[in-house]
Design a protein around this ligand. Sequence first.
Ligand code: PLP
Length: 498
Amino acid sequence: MTRVLDKKAPRGDHPRAPGAPGDPGFRHRLSRRGFLTTSATGLAGASLAACSGAPDGAPEGGAPGDAANAATTPLAATPLAPTPLPPPARPTAPTDAAWAHVRDRFTLEPGTAYMNNASLGMPPASVAAAVAAGYEALSREPIRAKHDLGDAIANRVTPRLATLLGADPGEIVLTRNATEALHAAAIGTRLEPGDEVLITSQEHPAGRRPWEYRATRHGVKVNTVFIPSPFESGDQVVELVEAALTPATRALAFCHVTRGGHLYPVARLCALARDRGIVSHVDGAQAVGMFPVDLHALGCDTCSASLHKWLLGPMGTGVLFVRAGARDRVDSAFAHDATPDAPNYGPPGTAGLPLRAGLAASLDFAEALGIENVAERTRFLSDQLKDRLAGLPGMTPLSGPNRETSCPGSTIFELEGVDAVEAVAVLAERAKIHIDEHQRDGHNAIRISTHLYNTLEEVERVVEELAALRGRASYPGVRSAAESPGGIARDLDVKGED
Ligand SMILES: Cc1ncc(COP(=O)(O)O)c(C=O)c1O
């Protein structure tokens, strides 16, 4: 019988260790170190500045007396800009101990385990502070702030993001999210009625719907190649895609990493497309920030990505890459007067400048840690998770069998007798653990996406809670579905599109 949570039942209590982000002393320590403090160095110079100071443990930067002054100075009278923390020292191993000082940079609520990074990353305090500083600056002096924020984006975000992605600065534009970029890339692709586009059965709706739009409005034919979940190897994917191409195929669109964490052989698929004069579109939403991505080396024509997932950027940030050499086949979706020298791929109109400028703080963080280390850390955590899940009766693993086919951060699996949507709601309510469902690709799967700030203790906790959920005996407050029409999953609206 399907059972749902009685909201009145007592929740699990998992006190945070002293000194961890949930510990009250942590907030105090963080604010003393500058989270809410201000200095007189100006917006572009400090709030968004690279943290080029000493690593953790070394004397901290900021004007003398900043922290003490900030506690007593009214905000309105204080020139805005939080004192930057020095960058976190680069961890030398993927273990919890080596990453403890990095976790200390997050302000997660006590007792909460956040393991839904594939949906939305949890930005470090420095990113939240940079965004707040940007909005404060706009309230204080909009003209100057717009200018300063624009400068910060042009000088401290776009070039560094391009370097991180293995692209030239002129090949990328900022967007609100991956979805916006995926639409711009698809709508801008030059296609005639009757031309064919090949997508896979594992596209996120954000990657599928723009092509459906082209089919409805422009007479383009969209073909879908079925890719099994999980698939056996990169070879299998390449063979299936190759077999599904036709002489009329003009564009090929697929994920670098799918929503469920399957890792595609991107370079080989792009080479296949290139050899046949087909435009290749990559959905990089689940890749950028999780592991190193070199777009020139991958050889794709476009790549659309979220920056608010694995890169831990402000919510509402994304990027569109269009290879310079693809400008003759991908037009601006917005500007009728774009030229190859001014391709104008970016969505027009007023943008969230504080959000975009806040990306500088995310890049500070990523550069300090090294994306390759982030990948190693996330892989370490998901390997441990997979090991622990393997001991659960009734568990069917659905992530790819090896590193060639599964990404470092996301793990999917089914648990016999457990509805995935319900499991998400119950774990959130009962244990303050945030995971997600993956009821796609024919699965009733649970998705756990671990990031650098998760710990083995949290991995242990989520596995224990899932074991208890399966047994139900440890959840005495769980009621039957008949007693709770609609169910908690519907109440909480947990089934979304991310
Ligand atoms: C594979 C994939 N593509 C695209 C998206 C959409 O990303 P965004 O919310 O940034 O538009 C997601 C979101 O989860 C995704 O998983």
